[in-house]
Design a binder for this molecule. Structure first.
Ligand code: TYD
Ligand code: MG
Length: 483
């Protein structure tokens, strides 16, 4: 019986089927299967392949001389922070993000800075004409940088050109979905093409030692579209995120063979390109809505850096049978957990209320340490009690209603004190980690009930009356509030 060739490939996840179907079993997406000639992926005739004898290579021991991965700083501290200290020679990075988020802008800036520092940096655009790339560089004030520029899409031509002359230190391919190679027959943008093109480019990078950056587009659900298969082939996957309407952009490592994956790089999109934000807390707190109930400042840690951010909650009586729970920037199951603990241990009835929760500034929080701040914001909104504007919150809530200590207490407190906050609400058991010179007054809570009682008491003190702005310091918020 003839072996049937698998020829329908899901354009989202790369799963292959031998007949068409509406839904991909692999990733659950609809209408993503397209016919592809995957037999063309291997061009070598079978007779040649089977005749080739294996080459002998030496096996080494675990001990022995190791050289540090030679790194090349990009000249942008925030980018280096995410890559783990610069581009490693011969490494391949995939940068994903929504269209229009600023990937081309970021990489134009990085290549220009490298070129200015005297390195050979090549920018190959498959989406824009050379004139468009030039126009952007002009706008960024980088038109004088000696970047080598081309608008090309043929992988064979690109590899041949790059192999000429000195080895480039950095090559940017914008984007991998526009590339095509002769070795396979499928159309550009299909999984087979993307995979084969990426393979050829990666082979070039590994052989020559040039650092390679591939740009990839992302689908609306956050997956790197089509070339999800590429994710497994590269050394690092960075994702460039942000709300289109806001000027903050966050670069995050999803995978990194040469560095940490918990660091974020923060940028601000300005009329003159991306500006690095070395102190993100100031940015995230710059538009704080002081004086309204339902907001609490969370002292978080992103990688090695403390980041203060405002959490916002809106709790309102529901008109639906099942109340709504909407979360932006935080894990929704984490919110459900905090709501359940509030209900079970603190007598806070929320089952008749809609709950909306938001992390200001477009940041996404993954730390459990945000539990306490989230609970404070929720209770504050429910009781219509404004929280002290000079307080930060952090601590993990356990299912029993206890507040548990979190890592890096002193770093969080130091950042809060630096930004002018006067007090911190934190787990009782964290007191041991703090020296005498915390720099701000500490309200420790052992359990969530204490916190809820404190906030409820505040609510009763001020029925509808705003707290005296003289009494409340306004840290992290300068100029914007009239008074
Ligand atoms: P771009 O880098 O082309 O995005 P991507 O490559 O991810 O698709 O960025 C496009 C957006 O950035 C566009 O909406 C305009 C904006 N932008 C600025 O605000 N300032 C600038 O200096 C530049 C170059 C772009
Ligand atoms: Mg682009």
């Amino acid at each position: 019986m003839a072996k049937s060739a698998l020829s329908f490939v899901c354009q989202n996840c790369g799963a292959a089927y031998n007949r068409w179907q509406g839904k991909c079993d692999g990733c659950g997406e609809w209408n993503t299967l397209a016919e592809e000639d995957i037999t063309g992926a291997t061009t070598m005739p079978v007779s040649v392949r089977s005749r080739r004898k294996g080459r002998l290579f030496t096996l080494e021991t675990l001990t022995g001389k190791t050289q540090d991965a030679p790194r090349l700083s990009s000249g942008m501290a925030e980018l280096d922070r995410v890559t783990g200290g610069g581009f490693v020679r011969g490494s391949v990075l995939l940068v994903g993000g929504d269209p229009g988020i600023g990937k081309s802008t970021l990489l134009t800036q990085a290549t220009s800075l490298l070129a200015r520092a005297g390195h050979r940096a090549v920018y190959i655009s498959g989406e824009e004409a050379v004139a468009q790339v030039r126009l952007r560089a002009e706008r960024l004030g980088l038109a004088d940088a000696p970047v080598q520029l081309a608008a090309e899409t043929s992988v064979e031509d690109i590899v041949a050109t790059l192999s000429e002359g000195t080895v480039p230190r950095l090559v940017v391919i914008d984007s991998i979905q526009t590339m095509w190679t002769d070795t396979v027959e499928s159309a550009p943008g299909t999984v087979t093409q993307v995979r084969a093109s990426a393979q050829a480019l990666i082979r070039f990078a590994k052989k020559s030692g040039a650092a390679l950056i591939l740009v990839g587009h992302v689908t609306k659900d956050g997956q790197i579209a089509g070339p999800r298969v590429v994710e497994h082939m590269v050394d690092a996957v960075l994702s460039f995120e942000g709300e289109g309407s806001q000027q903050f952009r966050i670069l995050r490592a999803v995978k990194n063979r040469f560095g940490p994956t918990d660091e974020i790089g923060v940028f601000e999109m300005t009329g003159l390109g991306l500006r690095e934000v070395s102190n993100p807390s100031e940015l995230f707190l710059s538009e704080r809505d002081l004086g309204s109930p339902g907001t609490a400042v969370f002292a978080g840690i992103e990688g090695t850096r403390p980041v203060l951010v405002e959490l916002q909650a809106l709790v309102a009586p529901t008109s639906l049978g099942t109340p709504r729970r909407a979360v932006v920037g935080w894990d929704s199951s984490r919110l459900s957990m905090v709501l359940a603990v509030l209900e079970a241990h603190c007598g806070v009835k929320l089952s008749g209320h809609d709950v909306y929760f938001n992390v200001a500034g477009g940041l996404r929080i993954n730390e459990p340490a945000a539990d306490l701040a989230a609970a404070a914001a929720l209770v504050s909104s429910l009781t219509n009690a404004q929280l002290p504007t000079d307080a930060v919150y952090f601590g993990e809530i356990s299912l029993s209603g206890a507040v548990r200590p979190v890592a890096q207490t002193s770093a969080r407190l130091k950042e809060a004190a630096k930004l002018g906050f006067g007090r911190a609400v934190l787990p009782e058991s964290a007191r041991g980690d703090i020296g005498s010179d915390a720099g701000l007054s500490l309200d420790t809570v052992a359990g969530l009930t204490t916190l809820v009682a404190d906030i409820a008491a505040r609510g009763q003190v001020r029925p509808g009356k705003r707290a005296d702005p003289e009494k409340n310091a306004t840290p992290g918020q300068n100029r914007r509030q009239g008074g």
